[in-house]
Design a protein around this ligand. Structure first.
Ligand code: AMP
Length: 217
């Protein structure tokens, strides 16, 4: 099944997708992670994307669509995928509809105060991209990734001004996708209004919902 996780930056899409994808045997595809990998490897895409990302802007549609298209043509996507952070504009959603049929769009509903607290306390592994949080999801060893022992770092787009801009861009350009997928009849909401709810518990709640929906398709 092909699924999309929608929600504001900091709503937990990536954290939940990384837990649910292995249980559904599909890849978790995060366009943010793909860009960070390109930046680390100093590829042409990475050099172009960094400029936008550091300012909190969206990378241009043509760059992200091309990168995503190439990724979902991989063999590991034959049985489906979970998209996290794509689409982020109506143009991306329209393009996606041309290349893949989406079965389920899950929208994470999270209050703004929780989002801001989460975003300002998030750290990620420099090597594998695993997400931790200094308030709610601390690594076993401070500053070290539980999964691969890589170093945990702050993301460059977590300055308060950049967070504010990312949330404004979400409202303007990404939130309209809620109506887009509602009109297609595939939108489902999941609410998380407890900052301290464990990511595993929340991921399980979403997985149960997805499994129910999958049985009805
Ligand atoms: P994320 O890890 O999903 O929060 O994405 C980090 C940053 O990568 C975003 O703030 C954008 O600059 C860029 N980005 C990720 N996905 C997209 C997308 N679908 N369209 C445009 N820019 C994106």
């Amino acid at each position: 099944m092909r699924k999309i996780f929608l929600g504001a930056p900091g709503s937990g899409k990536g954290t939940y997708a990384s837990r649910i994808a292995p249980k559904r045997n599909v890849p978790h595809i995060s366009t943010g992670d793909l860009f960070r990998k390109n930046i680390k490897e100093k590829t042409g895409i990475g050099i172009k994307a960094k400029e936008f990302m550091d300012k909190g802007d969206l990378v241009s549609d043509d760059i992200v669509i091309e990168m995503l298209k190439e990724r979902i043509e991989n063999e590991d996507c034959q049985n489906g995928f979970i998209l996290d952070g794509f689409p982020r504009t109506i143009q991306q959603a329209e393009k996606l509809a041309e290349i893949a049929d989406i079965d389920i769009a899950v929208n994470m509903c999270v209050p703004n105060d929780i989002i801001i607290k989460r975003l300002s306390s998030r750290v990620i592994c420099k090597d594998c991209g695993e997400i931790f949080n200094t308030l709610t999801l601390q690594p076993k060893q401070e500053g070290i990734c539980d999964k691969c022992k890589g170093k945990l770092i702050w993301r460059t787009d977590q300055e308060p001004e950049v967070i504010k801009k990312r949330l404004e861009i979400y409202e303007e350009q990404t939130a309209p996708l809620i109506i887009f997928y509602k009109d297609k009849g595939i939108l489902h909401h999941v609410t998380c209004n407890d900052l301290y709810q464990s990511p595993d518990e929340m991921a399980q709640k979403i997985l149960t919902k997805i499994e129910e929906l999958a049985n009805n398709i």
